[in-house]
Design a protein around this ligand. Structure first.
Ligand code: SR1
Ligand code: MG
Length: 652
């Protein structure tokens, strides 16, 4: 079977990549066996889900055994219903995490996925199981973690699998013409729907002899592609780790082995990376745990067709060590780095979650604004000319000059691509079509974004994290750690400040989309804005204090030297005020750019993506776009944080 011009393959799971028997005889019975005990043991945490079950059954008095009976009946009836799917997902996750479950994948499917990925094709999944369940399945196959091969996942929130419109929506979402997508499924009705939408579609019938447009195995599908010409080269000695190979690697690092304790055979490894770029493994031993983060030679989100140098792991280790000097309580401890394997081994933050996920869940972290404000003040102050002599600053700066590839990502994805029809851009369609078209025609906005790009390129004020979004922060009730500084370089201080402010504002503006009852997230929104204020207040205060105390404690630093006699309190206050005003102005503009890129560019954020209903998501995103435009084009309206927050409150 030959198929040319194909740029992406869309795959069904059950019966296509994986056996129906695995799903029917293992996965569903696993959840069925555990669901009653699970609901009984976690009744308090599952209150919302249980209320949903009562609502669907129309009986608010349902309790304990009755709830379990309903769930078992729904499973017998194969109902695809949200509370059931959510519970099954949680139970499966426990099973996969503990190693009790391993998903099946056909050999021919695995080989084809690897081959196609290597040839630069994008691979997507479309299944009636939820996106979360799909990710679990591919992260824990009998043949290892296959998620690095996949570029995206679609479930029935995109639309039913038997309707052509769903396939048109997928073609729009992956920004490829339907004719360049090959759909594979074992279900003739799905093949018909996909064909009607213009996709190339091939029926996978593993049982009987192949007919036209039907194959018995993936081996019979020849896309006529040569190996991808840009396949990323890797240095000798580099191999991407797999969960099975991590223990052998760590066993060779004595200090890490001692930290884990016991023998390598006792170490349990899972791949947990959910970011856009890297592999992340959690390794648990009898005495301790560590995190291993390894760079892949390409952008994980997109695949091998987008090579990315491994050197970013070196810059990450360098920046982590620098940040640990100035703000050790706010970064994970770095245990080991290996430039050839492009990896770092770090402290495992077992009690922490990714801040973005916590904010979507409506969890309060009382100190996160204060911690982030202090992290920013200390890392930015101590790597600037306020603390470093000019020669030392230049030396430090030179250490990051090679981090050009991650800067290139920011230069393209933050400042340019959202403002024209770049091939990988996506947005909530069709709801935001008009808004996105308008922003691409908006000359004052594009000029303002280019002004921010100028500042990004030309202001080596301090060592900045470079990618400080809420996914780069781990939190527990009272502790905050900033992770992932692989985009670090000497840039404008306002870039980091604006990145985190923009992300907190997106968290706020997405809250209505997470409400089950209208208005239920209003108090949480108030909390989020209070933390945003706390962050900026702490930053200003902490930065000012470091500056005010500098001549007494540490006179060094190129700027405002004592010989100039400008350290009288009133003069110093003027200098500090001017610097903070400049950082504030930059931060507003960068926050605007950061918001726009997450809505109209390639890499989106879960704050909005987790809102299943396209209309509700688009409403939130529209508000965010409106704010972002004002931050870029009418910055003078926001003289201070109070003015900004007042404007934000008017939006939601
Ligand atoms: C193609 S990489 C997209 C994004 O992922 C990283 O986390 C950065 O935010 C980057 O811009
Ligand atoms: Mg199927």
């Amino acid at each position: 079977m030959g198929t040319s011009d194909v740029r992406a393959v869309l795959l069904d799971i059950e019966g296509t990549t994986s056996s129906l028997a695995f799903v029917k005889d293992q996965l569903f019975p696993f959840a069925r066996r555990r669901i009653a005990d699970f609901v009984r043991d976690h009744a308090a945490e599952l209150r919302d889900i249980i209320d949903d079950i009562r609502r669907i059954e129309g009986d608010p008095r349902l309790e304990g055994a009755q709830i379990s009976a309903v769930l078992l009946r729904w499973m017998d009836e194969d109902r695809k219903i949200t509370p059931l799917k959510t519970l099954q997902g949680i139970i499966w996750k426990e099973g996969f995490d503990s190693g009790e479950l391993r998903s099946h994948i056909y050999d021919d499917a695995l080989q084809a996925l690897r081959r196609w990925h290597g040839q630069g094709l994008r691979l997507y999944i479309y299944s009636s199981g939820s996106v979360a369940a799909q990710k679990l399945l591919f992260a824990h196959t009998e043949r290892g973690d296959l998620t690095p091969l996949l570029s995206g996942y679609f479930d029935t929130t995109t639309g039913p699998k038997l309707e052509a419109a769903s396939y048109r929506a997928i073609s729009a979402a992956v920004a490829l013409p339907a004719a360049q997508i090959l759909f594979l499924s074992d279900h003739a009705g799905e093949i018909e729907a996909a064909s009607a939408a213009g996709l190339k579609a091939v029926l996978v019938n593993r049982e009987s002899a192949p007919a036209a447009d039907t194959v018995a195995s993936f081996d019979a599908i020849d896309l006529g592609l040569a190996p991808h010409p840009q396949r990323p080269a890797t240095p000798a000695g580099y191999t991407p780790l797999r969960p099975e190979s991590v223990p052998a690697y760590l066993a060779r690092q004595e200090a890490i082995a001692a930290r884990l304790g016991g023998a390598p055979a006792q170490w349990r490894t899972r791949e947990v990376g959910d970011g856009n770029l890297n592999l992340v493994f959690v390794v648990k031993g009898p005495e301790g745990s560590v995190v291993v983060k390894q760079a892949l030679p390409y952008v994980r989100l997109v695949g091998e067709s987008w090579p990315l140098p491994l050197s970013r792991a070196h810059f990450e280790a360098l920046a982590l060590a620098e940040q640990a000097r100035w703000a050790p309580q706010y970064v994970p401890a770095l245990y080991h780095s290996d430039p050839i394997m492009a990896l770092t081994v770090m402290e495992f933050l077992g009690a922490h979650v990714v801040l973005r996920k916590g904010l979507i869940g409506g969890i309060r972290y009382a100190q996160v604004g204060r911690h982030l404000g202090e992290f920013l003040a200390r890392t930015l102050y101590f790597t600037s000319d306020l603390h470093l002599g000019a020669a030392m600053k230049k030396q430090r700066l030179a250490g990051y000059l090679g981090n050009t590839a991650t800067c290139r990502i920011s230069e393209d994805l933050i400042f340019d691509e959202p403002y024209f029809a770049a091939p990988l851009n996506r947005h909530t369609r069709p709801q935001l079509d008009a808004a996105v078209a308008a922003l691409r025609r908006d000359a004052p906005l594009k000029l303002a974004a280019q002004e921010m790009k100028w500042r990004f390129l030309n202001c080596p004020e301090a060592l900045i994290h470079g990618d400080l979004h809420t996914g780069s922060v781990m939190v527990s009730a009272l502790d905050t750690r900033v992770i992932d500084p692989e985009f670090a370089f000497f840039g404008p201080m306002g870039f980091d400040v604006g990145a985190i402010l923009g992300n907190l504002l997106m968290a706020y503006l997405s809250q209505p989309g997470h409400e089950k009852q209208p208005g239920e997230r209003v108090p949480y929104g108030t909390y989020l804005l209070a933390q945003t204020q706390l962050l900026w207040d702490t930053f200003q205060q902490s930065f000012s204090t470091l500056w005010r105390e500098r001549s007494a404690a540490q006179p060094g630093g190129e700027l405002y030297q004592p010989r100039l006699e400008v350290d009288a309190p009133e003069l110093r206050a003027l200098a500090i005020g001017a610097r903070l005003a400049s950082i504030w102005e930059d931060a507003l503009g960068f926050a605007g750019c950061k918001i726009i890129r997450r809505i109209a560019g390639l890499a989106h954020v879960e704050d909005f993506e987790a809102i299943g209903d396209g209309d509700r998501r688009a409403d939130c995103e529209r508000n965010a776009l409106q704010l972002a435009r004002a931050l870029l084009v009418e910055r003078q309206r926001y003289a201070d944080m109070e003015a900004l927050l007042e404007a934000v409150r008017q939006l939601a």
